[in-house]
Ligand binder design. Structure first.
Ligand code: AIR
Ligand code: ASP
Length: 287
């Protein structure tokens, strides 16, 4: 699209102004970064796969009553989303110890946690996204106690659903990261929506039988085969044809172009649940 306004460029995505007020276009880049951008590469086709996987998961979550910012898939790299006010918190849910919790608490990678654990990180690149507590969130006004409660409830629900979904295709959901956004209704009522993306860029996924890593850790840890792993996830979810859409670094544009259509049909019904329903106010007549 020519001359559309860029709103924000992140490490893996670009946000453009949408076609209608209240909408944005989320563009998935092929850029891969790790360790706060210290490590960088371009992985041909990653954006296409993440766009497809994330659209699918968001649609499934909508279907179980989790409101998300996802509206529809536009093309192989872009999706239409609702414009929300992003809460500057990353909510991480962990089922199995991996990554930073192993370093921080000295846990052995692969330890099954006695119950899912939620952690919060403050989204601030300059500070390296530090881990924070609920008190930081409320004290500094990043979210209030009601929003926090809602985010936690949604995160556990998403965890339950995704655990089952991935188990069904032979993957363990080790951990994942979520972001939420606020949407203000016509009458000043507030909705909390799941935002950002859910893809192997922000989930850890291990093969049930081999424990092989099928997520961004392949890049972080220089294991190689990152795009093959992402493709495998998409293939197991039934989202791309067998053999995938990327071969030897080349995207099969024809196949990739038709990927999002079915879900757009399924995603029609949207439910929103307001957090603090505010009564419509009649404008006071002056004079
Ligand atoms: N994550 C956190 N910040 C960015 C991302 N993508 C995700 C990781 C991992 C989980 O959050 O991809 O799935 C926990 O990350 P870590 O590094 O804290 O162990
Ligand atoms: N925080 C992200 C990650 O490590 C991306 C980055 O840090 O560059 O997955």
């Amino acid at each position: 699209m020519a001359n559309r306004r860029m709103i924000h460029e992140g490490k893996a995505k670009i946000i453009y102004e949408g076609p209608e007020p209240g909408t944005l276009v989320q563009y998935f880049k092929d850029d891969a970064t790790a360790f706060n951008g210290e490590k960088k590469d371009v992985i041909a086709g990653k954006g296409v796969l993440n766009n497809r996987i994330s659209s699918h998961i968001m649609t499934k979550l909508e279907a179980i009553g989790i409101p998300t910012h996802f509206l529809k898939s536009l093309n192989m790299r872009e999706q239409l989303v609702r414009e929300v006010e992003i809460i500057p918190i990353e909510v991480v849910v962990r089922n199995i110890a991996a990554g930073s919790i192993c370093k921080r608490l000295g846990l052995k990678e692969g330890t099954i946690l006695p119950q899912p654990v939620i952690e919060y990180y403050y989204k601030k690149d300059e500070l390296n996204d530090p881990m924070i507590s609920e008190h930081h969130i409320v004290t500094f006004g990043w979210a209030d106690i009601f929003e926090l409660e809602e985010m936690v409830a949604m995160s556990f629900r998403i965890n339950d659903y995704l655990n089952g979904m991935f188990a069904g295709i032979g993957l363990k959901l080790v951990d994942f990261k979520l972001e939420f956004g606020r949407l203000w209704g016509e009458y000043g009522e507030l909705y909390l929506l799941l935002a950002d993306e859910i893809s192997p860029d922000n989930c850890r996924l291990w093969d049930v039988n081999t424990n092989e890593k099928m997520d961004k850790d392949r890049f972080r840890q220089d294991l190689g085969g990152m795009i093959e792993a992402y493709q495998q996830v998409a293939e197991r979810l039934g989202l791309v044809p067998k053999g995938g859409i990327i071969e030897g670094g080349n995207i099969n544009e024809q196949v990739a172009a038709g990927l999002g259509e079915i879900e757009n049909e399924l995603a029609r019904e949207r439910r929103l649940r307001s957090l603090n329903k505010v009564k419509p106010q009649k404008p006071t007549s002056k004079g």
